[in-house]
Design a protein around this ligand. Sequence first.
Ligand code: ATR
Length: 279
Amino acid sequence: MSDRYAVIGNPIAHSKSPLIHAEFARQTGQDMEYGRILGNPDDCAADVRRFFDAGGRGMNVTVPFKEQAWEMADERSPRAESAGAVNTLILLPDRRLRGNNTDGAGLIRDLTENQGFDFRAKQVLLLGAGGASRGVLGPLLETGLATLVIANRTASKALDLAAAAAAAEDHVSGCGLDRLSGRRFDLIVNATSSGLAGDVPAIPPDCLAPGGWTYDMLYGDQATPFQRWGSEHGAARALDGLGMLVEQAAESFFLWRGVRPATAPVIALLRGGEQQTRA
Ligand code: ATR
């Protein structure tokens, strides 16, 4: 029987993870299957346990269960620990669950390996101070960037997040969105959920430095609202989060199977699918 993996979330029908992992498995010759589980929105613990009791080997966890998966994990990687969220569960030989978080690595790999962004000496702005932001903060701070500003609509949350990170790194600060005037950034990463409502964070129109890039952690069949903001405000590159999605999946796949799949053909496949959707 094939080794079983799945992604749990709510909603889950839209998830591209089964397609991505099926492609990785085909490409690397791994004998595995990967399904979708609609978790109970109030408490996914029973759904997770049922999957592993029935022989599951590993699980991806998506919205809104990443914090609960962090609580469920018997042990956690340093990345998961600092993120306070788990997107990858691994069943250990002694049947305990190890929690990892591959979101940050996925973002950095997409920006650096796929897109060629060089973080060194760069001024970076991270928008949002919720779970998505916390998940990528640690890996962002390890890139060699010059300064990271975390800005949030509710300033106190950005200040708290920056203060926690500043214990280990001194090149990070937090503020409200209304404190960005006069500042210029080489890269703006949108980790807010504003795009889900068709909105963009209220940031000054001139806070992108000449030649700067924007990156929206969301993706969709069409350009996301923040991608459009980037294009309209002179971004040299205005990227969406599809590459991050595939890269975080590849990191999870590597943790489970010890094999690193090629991501470029899978990103191209998904982009092709989107174009067909638009056409
Ligand atoms: P997630 O897990 O996706 O990060 P979250 O923890 O609910 O979800 O956090 C959502 C983030 O998006 C928050 O930083 C939120 O700002 P507030 O803390 O002020 O609520 C941000 N956000 C959501 N809608 C937004 C909008 N229209 N403009 C700016 N920020 C927004």
